[in-house]
Write a protein that binds this ligand. Structure first.
Ligand code: OGA
Ligand code: ZN
Ligand code: ZN
Length: 376
């Protein structure tokens, strides 16, 4: 809602009730308003961090009987004489009514196999040479959970340069960046020529990497097509198909583990992760890294049942986007939402070389907000 204006403000049964010119209604608790006072005593004017100690505020603080708005500013003089001024725009932006909160919810665009006809893609030059191109790319990642960058120079290390357009990298036990090639003594199925079923990377970490970059440097081999599945769509489909399976996978933590001679990294988490409003936050799904189930005995079979139901959705052909990457393609995806995989390939038919790295989702979202503010 742009440029809101206040129509009236009243103390209604102790709440600050604002009626907006567009008909929207906001109710603010006095304690909430006092806690968010933007004056320099309460909010540090340089850092914009709160310095007010809420414990110094009376829990039952009350509003004055009369409330006034001048020049689109709500001015409140509290009983102890402290004065708080809120702009209309700030109040609208921070309104916590059900309707306003619903409007601020993230709205991922869910997709299936049909997205092959309208891939979220962008040219390398656009991403690298302009803020508008960079924002456009980040928007696609946020909306679809993936985006394909075309015509990336096929030189080693280019994937890192693109990732650093957003932020510093997220390092893992596989290094700052990594090469996906068929190796002699692999410590990871990705480093073979075998099929990789749909998965999310590093679910065995407390915080799995957020955004994954895979840059195709060489690809002459037969097979090896990439697969992507929208994990959020799969979760929502499961919720409709089998609400009990969805609820089970949302609450039951299962263990994940990666180990090689140098590392033994373990974490337990639910397969489907939501916030308290049931917005999807994360899918953790990787059969190869799921450790032997260490859960109460009566939950073992219900887990397998729910997990198979989810897996059926994930494997349904209409949910799988299949693309064969070409040299210069750089696939970027949200590793908390999109599941990725690849078909097996014949390593004797030619080389296949991808280079990858990760960036935290916080960095992606922060860069996007900063660019939105800059570009208006
Ligand atoms: C990976 C991976 C897919 C591929 O490295 O995490 O899943 O296409 N690779 O080789
Ligand atoms: Zn104040
Ligand atoms: Zn992977």
């Amino acid at each position: 809602m742009s440029k809101p204006n206040i129509q009236s403000v009243l103390n209604v049964e102790g709440l600050c009730q604002i009626v907006w010119t567009n008909g929207h209604l906001s109710d603010f608790q006095p304690l909430w308003l006092r806690d968010n006072c933007p004056c320099p005593i309460c909010l540090h004017s340089d850092t914009r961090e709160r310095i007010l100690d809420i414990m110094d505020v009376d829990f039952t603080i009350e509003l004055p009987t009369e409330l006034y708005v001048t020049n689109d500013q709500l001015k409140i003089t509290w009983q102890d004489g402290h004065e708080s001024n809120f702009t209309a725009q700030w109040l609208m932006k921070n309104c916590y009514s059900d309707r306003a909160r619903a409007e601020r919810r993230p709205t991922p665009k869910l997709w299936g196999q049909e997205i092959i006809n309208s891939l979220p893609e962008i040219e390398y030059a656009d991403v690298m040479n302009s803020d508008e191109g960079l924002l456009n790319w980040l928007d696609k990642i946020v909306d679809y959970g993936f985006a394909l960058i075309r015509n990336t120079p096929t030189v080693e290390g280019e994937v890192v340069r693109v990732a650093e357009r957003v932020s510093y990298l997220r390092e893992t036990n596989f290094g700052r960046d990594f090469d996906v090639i068929s190796k002699i003594n692999p410590n990871n199925v990705a480093y073979t020529a075998l099929t990789l079923q749909s998965h999310t990377d590093l679910p065995n970490w407390e915080l799995p990497p957020g955004t994954q970059f895979l840059h195709c440097l060489e690809f002459e081999a037969d097979g090896g097509e990439s697969t992507l599945v929208d994990g959020f769509k799969a979760a929502r489909s499961l919720q409709k198909l089998s609400p009990s399976a969805y609820d089970f996978l949302k609450t039951q933590e299962i263990p994940f583990r990666f180990h090689d001679p140098d590392w033994d990294i373990r974490w337990s988490a639910p397969t489907i992760n939501c916030d308290t409003d049931d917005n999807l936050r994360e899918i953790r799904y990787h059969a190869a890294l799921t450790a032997p189930l260490d859960i109460p005995a009566d939950r073992v079979m219900p887990f397998y049942k729910a997990y198979r139901e989810l897996t059926e959705v994930i494997r349904a052909p209409e949910n799988i986007l299949k693309i064969k990457l070409a040299k210069g393609d750089l696939l970027v995806f949200n590793n908390r939402r999109a599941l990725h995989g690849r078909m097996s390939f014949d390593p004797n038919s030619g080389p296949r070389h991808l280079q990858g790295c990760y960036v935290d989702n916080d960095a992606i979202l922060s860069k996007r907000r900063i660019l939105q503010q800059k570009l208006g």
